[in-house]
Design a protein around this ligand. Structure first.
Ligand SMILES: C[S@@+](CC[C@H](N)C(=O)[O-])C[C@H]1O[C@@H](n2cnc3c(N)ncnc32)[C@H](O)[C@@H]1O
Length: 291
């Protein structure tokens, strides 16, 4: 784990995320002046919407004047995620039937932002705009859009399905545990963790078997699996819950086999011994077969 200073891009991202998050102060100011009672009113009424758009335009202008080139690209993405987190927070804390969508917005934006921040901490050498995982794959984007469509259609046609508090709380617990496990794995593996599976062994690459890696061989995938399914349980989306579970299970089964082939190539007997003692952590996935 890196104990050194956060790299410049990481610091810029923190400041920009907080700047984006500052959208939450607008309804607070209006509440103080007695214009509104509920945060959500602020999002639905016209002056509220205008104030939020103006606020976003001003902070974007601020970023444009402070940062140039590559740093601006980092800043604008982190700021965008901060705005989404802030709007999610406002919706979550309001008296509305969209509360659980607010939880989802916070979960999604926090996941993507923290992927970047933790990469900046543990492995700054590999840090790039891709570390936000915003453009992970076409399938990932399609899956996200499908879940928004399913939520909206069901909210309009079967609104009672979207008010199952116990189910949304269960989803939120899955999201929080999944997120926690993934970030714990990244921090434990340190510079050995890479968003792109490595086929060539770096000289500094060592086999990690401690911390969360002593319970699961693939803790970050376990975390991501439960996080992604949890987002759909949280939204009470039956179709996407099933589709996400199947799609991510198949994705990780293939990825784990591919990754373990390289790991055996890198660490030979050491990895085979580790593999005998520690499970993958994902249900019905045992990893590559070794004869
Ligand atoms: C996205 S990370 C995922 C790590 C691991 N599969 C997990 O779920 O926590 C992929 C990189 O981690 C490396 N890696 C996976 N397991 C490792 C271990 N136990 N020790 C060191 N490196 C590992 C692989 O070589 C690969 O480049």
């Amino acid at each position: 784990m890196a104990g050194s200073k956060l790299v410049l891009e990481g610091r810029v991202s923190v400041k920009s995320f907080i700047l984006g998050l500052s959208v939450v102060i607008i309804p607070l100011i209006r509440t103080c002046f007695g214009h509104i009672d509920w945060v959500f009113d602020y999002l639905t009424d016209i002056p509220g919407k205008i104030a939020i758009c103006l606020h976003i335009a001003v902070i974007n202008g601020l970023l444009l004047t402070i940062y140039r080139g590559a740093l601006y690209k980092v800043a604008v993405r982190a700021c965008f995620l901060g705005v989404i987190f802030g709007c999610g927070l406002m919706i979550s804390l309001s008296d509305t039937t969209w509360t659980y969508f607010g939880w989802y917005m916070c979960s999604l934006s926090f996941f993507h932002y923290s992927e970047y921040l933790v990469t900046a901490i543990i492995n700054p050498r590999t840090l790039s705009l891709d570390s936000f995982l915003l453009n992970h794959s076409m399938e990932y984007t399609l899956a996200a859009v499908s879940s928004w469509v399913e939520f909206t259609v069901e909210k309009l046609t079967v609104p009672e399905l979207k008010q199952l508090r116990w189910l949304s709380v269960l989803g939120l617990v899955m999201v929080l545990c999944g997120e926690g496990l993934r970030k714990a794995a990244m921090l434990t593996a340190g510079s050995n963790f890479n968003h792109i599976v490595q086929n060539e062994k770096a000289r500094s690459h060592v086999l990690v078997t401690d911390g969360v890696y002593s319970y699961f061989r693939h803790p970050s995938y376990v975390g991501w699996f439960y996080w992604s399914t949890g987002t759909q349980v949280l939204l009470c989306n039956p179709l996407c819950t099933l589709a996400y579970t199947i799609a991510s299970w198949r994705f990780f089964r293939e990825r784990i086999e591919e990754e373990e082939l390289s790991l055996i190539h890198f660490f030979a007997e050491d990895y085979i011994e580790y593999k005998k003692k520690v499970p993958t952590g994902l249900p019905f996935i045992s990893g590559i077969r070794v004869n």
